[in-house]
Design a protein around this ligand. Structure first.
Ligand code: ADP
Ligand code: ADP
Length: 227
């Protein structure tokens, strides 16, 4: 089943002399539950693509259709709700809020939506991530690997349709990197969530179902590894 469809997506930053075309007429589809790795040189448009898939930015041209919703036809309020419910975003430097505890960071997307936290779901997530005894700590009291696990918890709490990760292991040693990728893969299978990861790490690319290479804002290669 198709969960994501990208049609003729282009993104230009700035205008006139200094305009940069970061994405140039990109189209592809992703199935529910697929684990896709996006690779490509620095500056090729990977982060721009991921942000457009996550409803974080707006394209210059083209459509992003998630679960039959053309997300850039939504207004800002609807788009914000879409992001919190359907998208789990994970960054290289975790992007946790330093003055909030681990538990507050994880549950924030639910609280912002005005919903009550499902304590059972929260418990299951923090136990699986092995951070259940860190819930009252602040992010700077945790190691890098732990902070990334908190950010995975925050991304998972709303049961999103898609998990999007931009260099999630870029700031971690190989032991912690393996742990993070194994967790992402495990949740990908367990919840049948679509997982899209930007990485420079060949070892991670080898574990994906599919690898899409981006060069100069275009798809250079799209290879299914595991059908
Ligand atoms: P990657 O993630 O592959 O390194 P990016 O998507 O970050 O690539 O960037 C693609 C191109 O768009 C680069 O030339 C970059 O300098 C440019 N770019 C990215 N974000 C912005 C921005 N906010 N304003 C202007 N140019 C940008
Ligand atoms: P890792 O092997 O995950 O990178 P570290 O060696 O960085 O872990 O940290 C080891 C332990 O010390 C971890 O359990 C972490 O929570 C704790 N720790 C690290 N930094 C701090 C800190 N600034 N304050 C309190 N505890 C910390």
């Amino acid at each position: 089943m198709e969960i994501l469809k990208i049609e003729n997506l282009s993104k230009v930053y700035g205008r006139g002399e200094t305009a940069v075309k970061a994405l140039d007429d990109v189209s592809f589809s992703v199935n529910k539950g697929e684990f896709v790795v996006i690779i490509g040189p620095s500056g090729s448009g990977k982060s721009t693509l991921l942000h457009l898939l996550g409803g974080v930015d707006r394209p210059t041209e083209g459509n992003v259709i998630v679960d039959n919703t053309n997300i850039y036809q939504l207004n800002e309020t609807q788009l914000a709700i879409f992001r919190r419910r359907q998208i789990g975003l994970i960054y290289q430097f975790y992007n946790l809020i330093p003055i909030l505890t681990v538990q507050e960071n994880i549950t924030l997307p639910i609280l912002l939506d005005g919903h009550k936290v499902d304590d059972q779901h929260l418990k299951e997530i923090v136990q699986t991530l092995n951070i259940e005894n860190r819930l009252t700590h602040l992010p700077n009291q945790l190691s890098g690997g732990q902070q990334q696990r908190v950010s995975i918890g925050r991304a998972l709490i709303s049961n999103p349709a898609m998990m999007l990760a931009d260099e999630p292991t870029g700031n971690l040693d190989s032991k912690n990197s393996n742990e993070i990728i194994n967790l992402l893969k495990m949740f990908n299978k367990k919840y049948n969530q679509t997982l899209i990861v930007i990485t420079h790490d060949e070892r991670i690319a080898l574990q994906a179902d599919r690898v899409i290479s981006i060069e100069d804002g275009r798809i250079a290669n799209d290879e299914v590894i595991r059908p």
